[in-house]
Design a protein around this ligand. Structure first.
Ligand SMILES: [Zn+2]
Length: 128
């Protein structure tokens, strides 16, 4: 009764007295893990245990914008800071080694108006 949780929950028979301890509910066996504990959130590279390699350009291309050539930020990819830092270094190494194209469009030109729409041609064509 010295803890505040024990005092608050002492009148409920189904809940054990130790509020902050392992056993929250009296119906659970003592060795079972806490069902209310949240799972650790891992990024996609950590959860699948993927090792980044500068020669694996098809994997690295998925984290690079195809329009500007810039690496997507963490809020888009959902990577942890450790993997993101590793990814940026690996992409730079891959570009220097010639596995990935170096195509950087200046961001101020990204919002330029389109001159034409290739999906809606004026006349039909066979450029596919
Ligand atoms: Zn991670």
């Amino acid at each position: 009764m010295n803890r505040t949780g024990a005092v608050l929950l002492s009148w409920m028979p189904s809940i054990s007295k130790n509020f902050a301890g392992k056993r929250l509910c009296a119906t659970l066996p003592s060795g079972s893990p806490n069902p209310y504990q949240k799972e650790k959130v891992k990024c996609i590279l950590c959860s699948h245990n993927v090792e980044l390699d500068y020669k694996n350009s098809r994997l690295l291309q998925q984290f690079v914008s195809s329009f500007s050539g810039r690496v997507y930020d963490r809020h888009i990819t959902g990577l942890c800071s450790h993997q993101h830092e590793k990814l940026v270094k690996t992409i730079a190494l891959s570009r220097r080694a010639g596995y990935m194209p170096i195509f950087v469009k200046d961001p101020k030109y990204l919002r330029d108006a389109k001159l034409f729409d290739p999906m809606k041609p004026i006349r039909s064509h066979s450029f596919a």
